[in-house]
Design a protein around this ligand. Sequence first.
Ligand code: SF4
Length: 327
Amino acid sequence: MTEPLLKVEGLKKYFPITGGLLGRTKGQVKAVDDISFYVNEGETLGIVGESGCGKSTTGRMLMRLLDPTEGKVTFDGKELTSLSASEMRKARRDIQMVFQDPYASLNPRHSIEKILMEPLNVHNIGDPKERKRKVHEFLEIVGLSSYHAKRYPHQFSGGQRQRIGIARALMTNPKLIIADEPVSALDVSIQAQVLNLMQDLQRDLKLTYIFIAHDLGVVRHISDRVGVMYLGNMAELADTESLYEKPLHPYTQALLSAVPVPDPEFVREEVVIKGDVPSPANPPSGCRFHTRCPFKMDICSQEIPRLAEVEPGHSVACHLYEESRPQ
Ligand code: SF4
């Protein structure tokens, strides 16, 4: 069996909480707490969860825009977590990011040509003539035109700006793209166009995606497998069809029962969760979902359920499935 393109093992990110006159550390926000997953070449892994669940922090750690507190990230056979800053800069040629707000991530004073040339300059790819040719080529690839190169970000619509954000991510011919809520700032009709563009690019350029979003419908549309995060943990991870048709974790069931289904024949059992997400500075003991779970048992507040495969390709972290786990 071939090795996955990306492998994440025991990844954690704790942010210190400081306070008082001396700025002493008073506690920690456990934004991501021991998650593991892999992504195969050419596939899309969706990561879904409510805001504050740690999905964006995870994306940033994979790029080492944030250094993990603990854990290992292996990409294309290289352990990213042990690379020096300059080695990591080189590795970023193969891993690029698309952000939620393309306007905030595009320098308003730079022309599109300058913005798209920047990654080529940073990684010393091609001579000035080749760089210019590549800018024009990639503008066309994302559905814009060469003449757009001379314009500035404010002259484009939200959807066009996200196409520019995608073109910028593609300039270095990366293998992996981490897209963090890439369509959530766009109108629904434009969302579909950008998602279709991303799917076409994946097919034509053999890209691998990690697609981070809070919208379950959007994630379903584009992902081969989906991981559901809750309060810094991975609650469930499965291939898309199995996760959406037969969710196992009570949190996934609750998220999905809130999503309208277009088929009137289809009846999904409603799982209602109470209360708000607890603070990651003081997460509940045992299963982090136990304070809101309608199926809570005694063991749930005492023992952390580990993520384990209970059906082929379907893993869940929940004590309800204790008997289905491999020993
Ligand atoms: Fe609910 Fe317990 Fe499963 Fe957590 S481990 S989701 S509290 S049943």
